[in-house]
Design a protein around this ligand. Structure first.
Ligand SMILES: O=c1ccn([C@@H]2O[C@H](COP(=O)(O)OP(=O)(O)O)[C@@H](O)[C@H]2O)c(=O)[nH]1
Length: 407
């Protein structure tokens, strides 16, 4: 399987992009249409003759907010967003290579949460923009990715970037991805019971890659991303009263009152004036978004560490737990301690974002009561590895050339 796809690839690449040593340079353009933003990744790979995996030479990355679902009523604006981002690809990929450089867009939770016909209208618009571009658009170029693939491909990305996919490497790392609409956990269990105890559907996936089959514990929770969790905490997830109601929470500063939008809808939100405020009542509120929803793996062990990125990273930066450029290791108890501090005197000491108490409390609750991490569990908070974004997008680009089989 692997041998064949490499063969296909070499006949597909032009003589022009073959330097004297016969290593081949190729590119892949991957769009991540997330619930809170759209991002373009332009990867440049170098494929050696004797190595099964290419070397990632460079990534160009650009992102815009909000996500495409904010334009559900105006799909042409979504198309325009993608057209603007495509300029990055044109600048990065040499003109002679445009025709053979694949252009792919995968949408995640934002579009999964929209009614099917509204999501399709957005995808149709993007397909038009892709079709008029000078790049190579594969048949399945524009689609909504399923949650399992999202988790597995992020696992492939992080293990590729940290050098754990090499044949001699016995260890792998687990991943924790917290998006706006969904959250993913994926790791290679070392104890058989973790696989046996997992719920029957959608928690175990097999990945065939480089002559190995990895049996992974992996799940994507739709509606448990940080923004969707704000909605559940506020009681605004399943209501049709969102137009006029004010949604209150003890996780927000008592006197705070504002409008907040997610997925194209606007919500009026406020604290509990004169009511309870702070970590304890807030924890009880966010628990509603976790209890009975998140499955605890039998053993949270991947033989290595867990890499946590996306909103885990952003909120750890906002909370001052890590440096915004370098990231670092944080224990679950650090999130809890900071959540308590931020929530304790929001009125006297307003946090930079009114939602910081809610978000940090949710992250603490998700890690502890949700996945069952111990207080002392250490997470490797990461935005980039060797200057490359920690995201499923790289795994999805590798998938195009190596036909990883996920089943
Ligand atoms: O290449 C990327 C892709 C995403 N993100 C972060 O991941 C989160 C976005 O999640 P998204 O909106 O994609 O949510 P989803 O739709 O997956 O639930 C935000 O913190 C982004 O800053 C990032 O840092 N780099």
């Amino acid at each position: 399987q692997l041998g064949r796809s490499l063969l296909d690839l070499s006949s597909f690449l032009p003589a022009l992009s073959r330097p004297a040593n016969h290593s081949r340079i190729f590119h892949a353009v991957m769009f991540d249409a997330g619930s809170t933003g759209t991002r373009i990744h332009v990867y440049t790979f170098i494929q050696g003759d004797s190595e099964p995996l290419p070397v990632l030479d460079n990534e160009m990355f650009h992102s815009v907010k909000p996500g495409l679902s904010a334009y559900a009523d105006a799909p042409e604006v979504a198309g325009h967003t993608v057209r603007m981002l495509l300029k990055v690809a044109k600048k990065t990929v040499p003109r002679v290579d445009w025709k053979r450089t694949p252009l792919v867009l995968r949408a995640t939770a934002g579009l999964r949460l929209l009614p099917a016909e509204r999501a399709q209208a957005l995808l149709d618009q993007i397909q038009l923009v892709f079709d008029e571009s000078p790049f190579f658009v594969p048949d399945d170029g524009v689609s909504i990715m399923n949650g399992t693939d999202e988790g597995i491909l992020a696992w492939v990305s992080l293990n590729f970037l940290t050098g754990h996919l090499k044949a001699q490497s016995k260890k792998t790392v687990g991943i924790l991805d917290l998006g706006g609409g969904s959250t993913q956990i994926t790791f290679l269990p070392t104890v058989r019971k973790t696989i046996e105890d997992a719920p029957a559907a959608d928690f175990v996936a097999r990945l065939d890659f480089l002559n190995t089959t990895f049996e992974l514990y992996s799940h994507s929770y739709l509606g448990s991303g940080i923004m969707a969790a704000r909605l559940s905490t506020l009681g605004a997830l399943t209501t049709d009263e969102s137009e006029w109601r004010v949604f209150r929470s003890s996780c927000l500063p008592g006197k705070f009152r504002d409008e907040w939008s997610f997925g194209g809808l606007v919500y009026r939100v406020s604290g509990e004036p004169g009511g309870p405020e702070g970590y304890k009542p807030c924890y009880q509120e966010v628990l509603k978004a976790v209890k009975g929803i998140i499955h605890q793996p039998y053993q949270l062990e991947s033989g290595g560490v867990f890499y946590a990125f996306s909103y885990y990273y952003d909120r750890a930066v906002d909370a001052g737990l890590i440096d915004g450029l370098t990231g670092g290791t944080v224990q679950v108890r650090d999130f809890r301690k900071r959540a308590k501090e931020v929530c304790s005197d929001m009125t006297k000491n307003p946090p930079a974002s009114p939602f910081l108490c809610m978000d940090l409390t949710y992250i603490t609750c998700l890690l502890k009561d949700g996945f069952g991490f111990k207080d002392s569990a250490a997470l490797q908070l990461t935005k980039k590895v060797n200057n490359v974004e920690a995201s499923w997008a790289l795994g999805a680009a590798l998938d195009r050339f190596h036909e990883l089989k996920i089943h």
